[in-house]
Design a protein around this ligand. Structure first.
Ligand SMILES: [Zn+2]
Length: 458
């Protein structure tokens, strides 16, 4: 049975128009006025709604063994929360540690997600060490359709790679046409600064930011860019958080380095005073790179608006209150992460579009189209066009609500954005033509999501 969506206003990264959309099976087949459709077609009235392409969150953690514990969500809980928030595809960091085998890790992550996600998904494959064996396995993983890598310049001895391994990973990525995402902070400096602060008895969450200051991230960003420049590889800085790192990244872009930039919801909307709150509340707001001095936000917002920052993701990473308290005696033991997979679209619409910080097309571009293009999903995802997957978000701009852990759907007992107002929410969300969310409630099929296999693209 077909599906007809009528009465709404379509908004993509470069166009805005009133039209009807007809979906057959999983695909958009026709867009136009007064479409004639066969009897029995399901009709959804989108009057008063924006119709956006399904949103793509290019940076989330769902299954994650990290800092002596595991992130709280399952693929089932995170994908339902994602859909309620208008995200129809996420790209999860597949993160085996340095001591684990890359291929075993890849298969483990695939197994965890298989049949359990309500929305579509893909992986970035973390390269946490580089040897002969890793290289053979990475080639196999790319052949399997996972065509983006992730490296950590931080998290020494756990996920982190040294410069020699970074060079080898980038060289292989260049040969295979794979983009490399990087967490850019200087591992050695962080480790030294952490030790010095702890030795002075500075153990609370308010010392997390000073242990990895802005210059530490700017150095990592500039070094990554220099390695891209000298290997010819294509790269993507994840969760860029501050003006000095932004300056380093933009300088690299302007001299022709193949570098794209991501920022994440927490750095746009929260600042370091949240992590300076006493006790547990401070710990809830520990992530890396850390929440920064508020003055950085204006630089990030204007770069997002201008498209110099390419994408806005979440770095969704839920650890609950009990887990955060593992770090009660030392900020270095607080599991890093702030959840957000459910909140990105409504918060960016409210605090970006409605506050005049970005226009509607850039909003769609940063949250859907650009991630699709960078990571080999376009035009299957990231736009509304005949032939594209029917991943659609009918967004109600008149909705008013407040974010709270009492009402959210992620599997976590606090929200990083508790009390934030939202103006608008997804009312209806489809995944490849199937209605998964209606009237803001999940009504769909839990295992509908598919692993998206991608071709090399750089
Ligand atoms: Zn992350």
């Amino acid at each position: 049975m077909g599906l007809l969506i009528r009465g709404g206003e379509v908004v993509t990264s470069d166009a805005r128009y009133r039209a009807e959309i007809y979906v057959e099976d999983q695909t958009i087949t026709r867009i136009g006025a007064d479409l004639s459709v066969p009897p029995g077609t399901e009709i959804i009235d989108a009057t008063g709604k924006w119709i956006f392409p399904g949103f793509i969150d290019p940076h989330v953690h769902i299954y994650l063994p990290f800092m002596a514990t595991f992130a709280k969500d399952t693929h089932e809980t995170a994908s339902v929360a994602a859909l309620l928030g208008g995200t129809t595809t996420f790209i999860e960091m597949c993160c085996p540690s340095r001591t684990e085998d890359a291929f075993a890790g890849y298969n483990l992550w695939k197994e965890k997600a298989d049949g359990r996600s309500a929305c579509d998904y893909a992986f970035h494959m973390t390269v946490s060490r580089f040897d002969q064996n890793t290289e053979t396995q990475l080639r196999e993983i790319v052949r399997d359709g996972t065509t983006s890598f992730k490296i950590f310049l931080s998290y020494k001895n756990f996920f982190g790679v040294d410069d020699s391994e970074m060079f080898q990973a980038l060289t292989l990525a260049k040969e295979l046409g794979v983009i490399v995402a990087a967490h850019c902070e200087n591992a050695e400096l962080i480790s030294r600064l952490q030790q010095a602060l702890l030795a002075e008895g500075k153990t609370g969450p308010e010392w997390h930011e000073p242990s990895r200051p802005e210059s530490v991230e700017a150095e990592g960003t500039a070094r990554f860019a220099s390695f891209l420049e000298n290997t010819g590889a294509s790269g993507y800085v994840v969760h860029l958080s501050c003006a000095p790192a932004l300056k380093a990244a933009i300088e690299a872009k302007s001299r022709g380095v193949r570098l794209s930039i991501e920022c994440v919801l927490p750095h746009l909307l929260l600042d370091k005073t949240a992590a300076e709150r006493a006790g547990l509340e401070g710990m809830q707001h520990v992530m890396s790179p850390p929440l920064r001095d508020k003055r950085n936000q204006a630089a990030l917002w204007s770069a997002v608006a201008a498209g110099l920052i390419d994408t806005v993701a979440t770095d969704h990473c839920p650890f609950d209150n009990e887990q955060k308290l593992l770090g009660r005696d030392a900020f270095t033991l607080i599991p890093n992460g702030i959840p957000g997979i459910e909140d990105r679209v409504s918060l960016m619409y409210t605090h970006g579009v409605n506050r005049g910080r970005m226009d509607l097309h850039r909003f769609v571009d940063a949250l859907s189209t650009r991630p699709a293009k960078l990571f080999g999903l376009f035009p299957r995802k990231g736009t509304i066009a005949a032939g594209s997957d029917a991943d659609l978000v009918l967004f109600d701009p008149t909705y008013r609500g407040t974010i709270s852990a009492r009402t959210h759907h992620i599997n976590n007992d606090y929200s990083g954005f508790e009390g934030f107002a939202v103006e608008g929410r997804p009312a209806v969300v489809t995944v490849r033509g199937k209605v998964q969310v209606r009237d803001g409630s999940f009504v769909g099929e839990k295992g509908r999501g598919q692993l998206l296999r991608r071709a090399p693209m750089c």
